[in-house]
Design a protein around this ligand. Structure first.
Ligand code: AP5
Length: 214
């Protein structure tokens, strides 16, 4: 089964994706994480993506599609995967269709702009593992340290309020059209209230997935 998590920045896609992938033993394909790794490694892709991401804009479709196709050719994707933050444009979704890569279920996480800004400004990340925290809503056991490795947490470069506001504009213009795209495509489509507690959202998504599998 291939699952898509769609939703604005900060809606909780990454947080829920980590749970669901663990539960179902499928890989989490986060194009944002892949791009951040490329930046950390200083690859050609990383250098190209760095400025684009810092401005909150989207990396070109053909670059993203190449990255995803390569990732999907790895054996751990054979039984399915969860796309977190991909596709991000109708062009990316069309590119998947053209490559005969189908999607089975879409979850759209919904959240108001004001909560998005609050969530993102308090987000802290363990860079090596991608584990996600929030200083208020999901704090680490020890201030600013990862629960498992005790390494310091970081704040993402694109998590300033100004960049988040432009990421929201980009979401509305380029990603939100995917809502109707998928609703009209016949895939199973579920709207999820991202305002609920982390655990509650997790159980709702799990229940939906069990029902879809049955
Ligand atoms: P990406 O990394 O994908 O960022 P995003 O989609 O903007 O989403 P975020 O990671 O910001 O948020 P999230 O929904 O995962 O929320 P999280 O779970 O962390 O993309 C970054 C950039 O890369 C893009 O701007 C673009 O430049 C580029 N890019 C990536 N993919 C691309 C693509 N396909 N095409 C082109 N360009 C691409 O939660 C946020 C915070 O809230 C956390 O602190 C968390 O602890 C907290 N939280 C989560 N859930 C709850 C809850 N229920 N209650 C309280 N707090 C919560």
């Amino acid at each position: 089964m291939r699952i898509v998590f769609l939703g604005p920045p900060g809606a909780g896609k990454g947080t829920q994706a980590q749970f669901i992938c663990q539960d179902r033993n499928i890989p989490q394909i986060s194009t944002g994480d892949m791009l951040r790794s490329a930046i950390a490694e200083g690859t050609k892709l990383g250098l190209e993506a760095q400025g684009i991401m810092a401005r909150g804009e989207l990396v070109p479709d053909e670059v993203i599609l190449g990255l995803v196709r390569e990732r999907l050719s790895q054996p751990d994707c054979e039984t399915g995967c969860l796309f977190d933050g991909f596709p991000r444009t109708v062009g990316q979704a069309d590119g998947m269709n053209e490559a005969n890569i189908s999607v089975d279920v879409v979850f759209e996480l919904q959240l108001s702009d004001e909560l998005i800004v609050r969530r993102i400004s308090g987000r802290r990340v363990h860079e090596a593992s991608g584990r996600i925290y929030h200083i208020e809503f999901n704090p680490p056991k020890v201030d600013n340290l990862d629960d498992e490795t005790w390494q310091p947490l970081i704040q993402r470069h694109d998590d300033s309020e100004a960049v988040v506001r432009s990421r929201l504009d980009v979401y509305r213009e380029q990603t939100a059209p995917l809502i109707d795209y998928y609703k009209n495509s016949g895939v199973r489509y579920f709207e999820v209230d991202g305002n609920a507690a982390v655990e509650e959202i997790r159980s709702r998504i799990r229940e939906r997935l069990i029902a879809v599998n049955a």
